[in-house]
Design a protein around this ligand. Structure first.
Ligand code: HAM
Length: 419
């Protein structure tokens, strides 16, 4: 679990602001769910025989003896919320959320026990058009964040019936090769055989490669759904690869599944993933409602942006007010307030705590400010203030305090409010 330190938080804010903006432009509404839910909700939605539910949940009993779990993902809670508040009655929804998720995984680069997701969920829309919209939306996010080189992988998991027929074939195939299965796969053979396809064990690569593929078991309608999605993506010039081994680690999916993958982060290369989960609302006791969504991992996106040099430079202040002497110290805080009134676009750091000229300038420099504003006893007596550029070859100037706001507005190219 990580702390976000002062030098990193501007990057988080930058990413969050861009995502928020793009989602608003597609008409998605933000929702905020609690970070804990009843354990049962995750068992029933993510699936009992998944890594998340079997090994990774932070589960505890509260004082009432209820079993609660820190959410390992956002979809289950979002569906619970939508059902509980009647958001699914004869209406469609386009929603998004962000927040921390918790999984007790083995930590490594790009994999944490508390991580941040931004998730998008839609309800009541059954066609491939909304699947495509979600993918186009995510592709726009990468463009606007300047992220390059992500690969879009697509697959169709078909309907539950189609998957069942496929599952039987898969169990027969793997049973015939029991001796080549590793321990994890042997355990999954009858509980969740599709997950065997997702194994990272190189010793099983050959066996998995020769296994029957789900696409051969898809019916007419599932095939058409997938083909229409692909056609929209081609028309929109979004590149994709069909990955028949893409099965996802959560059980609620049907039809479309997709992942955006990078090769720049080592093993944890999936920065965004999702798909359709048409059966989940009914499975949790609601009226059957088609649904599709995705979630992106914020730490992973930031890591890709960092690797690609795409994090914008950031400074904390535009101007640093140096205050020499007791009287200036008092007058300075009042002056700073007046400046903030006049120039809402200005980020002004006021020196607090006294100290000598050199020490104050050192802090001014460290703040990243473009200019130091220097107010000493002499300046104060004359109603003037000095402006000393810290980053540019420009002469120092001393001007009337009354002209400071206008002068800075010109210097920094920021707008002054009407006085
Ligand atoms: P997921 O694939 O489990 O899907 O997670 C989505 C994304 O969260 C991953 O692609 C990854 O970027 C990030 N992520 C997952 N685990 C970690 C971790 N331990 N550390 C850092 N980042 C991580 C879901 O959670 C689904 N709820 C997505 C979805 C929404 N499907 C439909 N709607």
């Amino acid at each position: 679990m990580h702390d976000v330190l002062p030098e990193d938080s501007p990057h988080w804010q930058y990413l969050e602001a861009r995502v928020r903006d793009v989602l608003a432009r597609y008409g998605y509404a933000e929702v905020r769910m609690p970070v804990v839910e009843f354990t049962e909700l995750f068992k029933r939605s993510i699936g009992e025989v998944t890594d998340i539910v079997e090994k990774e949940m932070y589960t505890f009993e509260d004082r009432n003896g209820d079993s609660l779990t820190l959410r390992p993902e956002g979809t289950a809670g979002c569906v619970r919320m939508a059902m509980e508040h009647g958001l699914l009655h004869n209406q469609t929804q386009r929603l998004w959320y962000q927040g921390p998720m918790f999984r007790h995984e083995r930590p490594q680069k790009g994999r944490y026990r508390q991580f941040q997701q931004i998730g998008v969920e839609t309800f009541g829309l059954a066609g491939p058009d909304i699947d495509a919209e979600l993918i186009l939306l995510s592709a726009r996010l990468w463009r606007e964040l300047g992220i390059e080189g992500l690969e879009l992988q697509l697959n169709s998991l078909g309907t539950p019936e189609e998957r069942l027929a496929y599952r039987e074939q898969l169990v027969a195939y793997f049973s015939a090769h029991q001796d080549r299965l590793d321990e994890d796969s042997r355990r999954r053979l009858h509980s969740n055989p599709l997950r065997i396809l997702d194994t990272k064990n190189p010793a099983m690569a050959e066996l998995v490669a020769a296994a029957p593929t789900l696409s051969d078991y898809l019916g007419e309608a599932s095939r058409a759904h997938f083909e229409q999605l692909c056609a929209i993506l081609r028309a929109a010039e979004v590149d994709y690869v069909v990955n028949p081994r893409l099965v996802r680690g959560l059980d609620y999916y049907s039809l479309t599944v997709f992942e955006w993958v990078t090769d720049q982060l080592g093993a944890q290369g999936t920065v965004c993933a999702g798909g359709r989960y048409d059966g989940l609302v009914a499975q949790l006791g609601g009226r059957a409602t088609p649904a599709v969504g995705f979630a992106m991992g914020v730490e992973r996106l930031l890591a890709v942006m960092e690797a690609q040099g795409g994090l914008p430079p950031h400074t904390r202040a535009d101007a640093y007010l140096v205050l020499m002497g007791e009287q200036a110290r008092q007058a300075g805080l009042v002056l700073a307030e007046r400046l903030r009134d006049a120039l809402p676009g200005l980020r002004l750091l006021t020196h607090c705590g006294g100290g000598g000229f050199k020490a104050q300038f050192k802090r001014a420099d460290r703040s990243g400010a473009r200019v130091a504003l220097v107010l000493g006893e002499d300046e104060l007596a004359q109603g003037r203030i000095s402006i000393k550029p810290l980053r540019e070859e420009r002469p120092q100037e001393t001007i009337a305090i009354d002209d400071l706001a206008t002068h800075l507005a010109g210097y920094m190219d920021i707008r002054e409010t009407a006085q």
